[in-house]
Design a protein around this ligand. Sequence first.
Ligand code: HEM
Ligand code: SF4
Length: 561
Amino acid sequence: MDAKVNPNELIKANSNYLRGTLRESIADELTGALSPADAQISKFHGFYEQDDRDKRQDRRERFLEPQYSFMLRARLPGGVCTPKQWLVMDRIGRTLANGTLRLTTRQTFQYHGILKRDIKGVIQGINQALIDSIGGCGDVNRNVMCNPNPVQSDLHGEVHGWARRISEHLLPRTRAYHEIWLDGEKVQDSEESEPIYGETYLPRKFKTAVAIPPHNDVDVYANDLGFIAIAEEGRLTGFNVLAGGGMGATHGDPTTFPRLADDLGFVTPQQSLAVAEAVVATQRDLGERLDRSHARLKYTVERIGLDALRDEVERRSGVHFEPPRPVRFTDHGDRYGWVEGTDGRWHLTLYVENGRVRDGPDRALMTGLREIAAIHRGDYRITPNQNLILAGVPADQKQRVEAIVRERGLLAEDRSRLRLGSIACVALPTCPQAMAEAERYFPDLADKAEALSARHGLADLDLVLRITGCPNGCARPYLAEIGLVGKGPRRYNLLLGGDGTGTRLNKLYRENLAEEEILGTLDSLFARFAAERRPGERFGDFVIRAGIVPPVTDAARDFHG
Ligand code: HEM
Ligand code: SF4
């Protein structure tokens, strides 16, 4: 093997356009796992090999292989699905996965706990609802996000249409998925090609989001490629295009850092596909392929410079960028409860703790949403904060929907704003990267943080708090006013200073804190905030004004301090 090639690159190159030996790996009944190469290839098909980390030790002692199962992530551009699709996703979650659905921070469904023998059934099942998992994970463009903006329904419809087109345009062209999972016809190798990706696909994952101002709930600046919709009188005129955002970092490695995307310029909607393709192709050719921890577009931009990237994209697309149009974002959280759209239909945003759809002791979330799907005439929209909007409810149906959500305990009314503004990633027990808990710890942490804020007279504190089990940053913690990033078992780094709109990175404040230290630190910070805050000032702005953390101006220089 050439020592200058990353093993993942060889796996991709030798996979015959993502077929690998997946069929054989699936058929092998001696193990619950895939072969190591197929475990990489499977990501491009939307599923990820995992094992139950709570059971690792016990199984090792009993000389058993780890308890393998699979996480599968659907492709659902902009997080929109119909009630019929919801019912299919719900049924598969209950019958072929661990009994729950996970709504993700990139607006899609994730299943956990799928056994190897059931993968094909899951993929065939979601296919019946016209949903696929192509590019759910892997080194390609992932699920394209789009602000779910229910109020401006015409504008949302138009922008969402572009999000779908971008998603379709950047799909891998290989027939491997259809062939392996959907029993599609086998293609002769010579017929196949990947015009956008080539045989080795991208150096690393690639994320795209479309925002509709004034809401930045998609956290457009955290993406490799971003589109900000520019509208005049409710009609779309074009997009400001952004490039080079990304969250992941490695603890203690100053050459890795979260980064906000930069402006490339304004394009018309019709030019957006060519520009998206050119950004992807530039990253395909110029991205780092040896060291995967520096392989995202953000590091390419740092290396070649924004102007060189813009020139390259203009040359490849034939599109000339106009100067970006002014935009203003007011928030990056969700707005809960009922709201009436411009077309007279109603939309209800429900809080889904940790995005986990299941029935609990107080709230029958899964059952309630299934009951609603049976009568709902609008659509479901998964938000980028892993909540759910029942969108497009006709006025004459509002009362019926309201009755179900009340009966099943699904309204957000009894939750604090701190809880409603927070997100946690999955972490343990399924995520192989997790160093600390996130989803399972969040409810307890939120109780304690609420009690603290109430003690300082800040019960109505509007706060964006995000917690992840490791520095990869799946819940976008580096944009939060309070970010907690797992460092080791029950230990977190504390970051402060996001601006509540997702346009400013926060800053590492304290490292490796245990719970008492986190709560002790928040206690004194909340005390100061209560005493010194200016009218209307956000916590994230206060910590900078008060000199508690310096503002982050340059991610590469500032992040590790
Ligand atoms: C090196 C970087 C990263 C790696 C290796 C990584 C890996 C993973 C893994 C293994 C999971 C599955 C966890 C589970 O469901 O058990 C996951 C979930 C997820 N990741 Fe990442 N991730 C990275 C960065 C990111 C970033 C920066 C984002 C978004 C900004 C992101 C978005 C997501 C989402 C939406 C999920 C689904 C669960 C959720 O909503 O928390 N990931 N990631
Ligand atoms: S942030 Fe880390 S622990 Fe959390 S889901 Fe992502 S990779 Fe796993």
